[in-house]
Ligand binder design. Structure first.
Ligand code: SF4
Length: 351
C-alpha cells in the first residue's frame, strides 16, 4: 500500500468541522458482508491555493459589495463558480470586459504581466488571487530569462496557468506539451537550457517528458525546486496507493481541471479497472457500478468536500456503506490572503 494507512475512525470533514461518516475497519480482515467497500483517498479536495482564492472572492464581495468581476474561473470547479455567480460574481474572459474603474480579481492560475498592464491602463482595481506556488514558477521564469536561458515549459497548451507563466518572458519560453513537441524545440545554446513546468501535471508523465528532453539536451538544467505542487503530487500519490485494489475509481472534479483529470489517468495507470471524472454524484452511470466491489473515491484540488460526501451518500444508498480512508499524507499548508484583504481572515463558505 505504498506506506498508506487506513483509518478506522470517523471522518471529520475539515472544511465543515463536523463528523460526517463512520469509517469501517480494514477491509482485508473484515470485508463488508456484501463485499462492497469504498476506499477514500486522503489527501483529496481543496488545496491551500484554492482555499485562498475562493476566500479572496468571498471577502471581496463582503468588503466591496456585488458585483465583483473575476477574470476567468477563480478555480476550475463548476460548483464553486456557480455558487459564487449566485452571490454576485461576474466571470469574464478578459479584463477588457470589466467596466472602467471596477474591481477585478485575478484567478488562482495567475496572469501574465500584459494582463496587469491592461488592467492598469483601464484603471481597474485589482486583487491578485494567484496561488503563491504559481507565482513561484513565474519568478523562476523571470530569473532564468534574466540569465539568458531558453526555458522549456512543460504544460498543457491553452491552459490559463501556462499562458500566464509563459507571458512572463514570451521570447524565452517554449511550451512542451506532447512528445512531438520535444522534437520541435530549438535552443540558442544547449548549455543554457532549463525546464520548468505547470503546477498541476502528472508527476510521472512530466518526468517522461524531461527524460525525452534530456536525450536532446544533455545539459538541460532542472528547476531549483519542484514546480508540480505539493497538492497535485499528494493527491496523485494517494490515488496510486489504492488504485490497484479498485474496480472503479470516481474522481470528483471538473472537465477543465487539470489536476482532477490527471487523477483519472493516474488511477488507470496504477491499476484501477475503470475510472471516471464527475462533477456531481448524479453524473454516475449505474452501468459503471455493475459487478463492482471496491470503489475508490477522490477529488481534485479545486473540489469542496461537500461534493465528495454527496457521492459517498449516493454510494451508501446502493450498498457501499463501508468507507475506509487511505491516508498517505497530512497537509497543513495555508497561505495568507492577498494584502488588500489580509485584515479579515475567514474560511471559505463555498461548501
Ligand atoms: S493545485 Fe497547487 S498550484 Fe494550484 S492552487 Fe492548489 S496549491 Fe496552488
Amino acid at each position: 500500500m505504498l506506506g498508506a494507512c487506513r483509518s478506522s475512525h470517523k471522518i471529520v470533514d475539515s472544511k465543515r468541522g463536523e463528523v460526517s461518516r463512520t469509517l469501517g475497519p480494514m477491509s482485508a480482515s473484515s470485508p463488508a458482508p456484501n463485499g462492497k467497500r469504498v476506499l477514500l483517498a486522503n489527501p483529496r479536495g481543496y488545496c491551500a491555493g484554492v482555499d485562498r482564492a475562493v476566500v479572496t472572492v468571498e471577502k471581496a464581495l463582503e468588503k466591496y459589495g456585488a458585483p465583483v468581476y473575476v477574470r476567468k474561473e477563480i478555480v476550475h470547479n463548476k460548483h464553486v463558480v456557480d455558487t459564487l455567480r449566485e452571490r454576485g460574481v461576474i466571470f469574464v474572459d478578459e479584463t477588457s470586459e470589466v467596466p472602467e474603474g471596477a474591481l477585478v480579481v485575478f484567478s488562482a492560475h495567475g496572469v501574465s504581466p500584459a494582463v496587469h498592464e491592461e488592467a492598469a491602463q483601464r484603471n481597474l482595481q485589482t486583487i491578485d488571487a494567484t496561488c503563491p506556488l504559481v507565482t513561484k514558477v513565474h519568478k523562476e521564469v523571470n530569473r532564468f530569462a534574466r540569465d539568458d536561458y531558453d526555458i522549456l515549459l512543460i504544460g498543457h497548451e491553452g491552459h490559463e496557468e501556462v499562458e500566464g507563466t509563459a507571458g512572463e518572458a514570451p521570447d524565452r519560453v517554449q511550451l512542451v506539451d506532447t512528445p512531438d513537441d520535444v522534437d520541435k524545440v530549438t535552443v540558442r545554446d544547449p548549455s543554457k537550457v532549463v525546464w520548468l513546468s505547470q503546477t498541476t501535471l502528472s508527476v510521472d508523465e512530466t518526468m517522461e517528458r524531461v527524460g525525452q528532453l534530456k536525450e536532446r539536451f544533455p545539459e538541460l538544467a532542472d528547476p531549483p525546486s519542484d514546480d508540480i505542487c505539493y497538492a497535485t503530487s499528494n493527491r496523485q500519490f494517494a490515488v496510486k496507493a489504492m488504485a490497484a485494489e479498485c474496480d472503479l475509481v470516481l474522481v470528483v472534479g471538473s472537465e477543465n481541471s487539470s489536476n482532477s483529470k490527471r487523477l483519472v489517468e493516474v488511477a488507470l495507470q496504477a491499476g484501477a479497472k475503470d475510472a471516471h471524472l464527475i462533477d456531481y454524484a448524479s453524473e454516475v452511470d449505474e452501468e459503471w457500478l455493475r459487478d463492482v466491489e471496491t470503489v475508490g473515491v477522490t477529488s481534485g484540488a479545486s473540489v469542496p468536500d461537500v461534493l465528495v460526501f454527496e457521492l459517498l451518500d449516493y454510494l451508501a444508498e446502493r450498498g457501499w456503506e463501508d468507507v475506509q480512508e487511505v491516508t498517505t499524507a497530512n497537509e497543513k499548508i495555508t497561505f495568507a490572503l492577498p494584502r488588500e484583504l489580509r485584515d479579515e481572515k475567514i474560511r471559505s463558505g463555498v461548501r
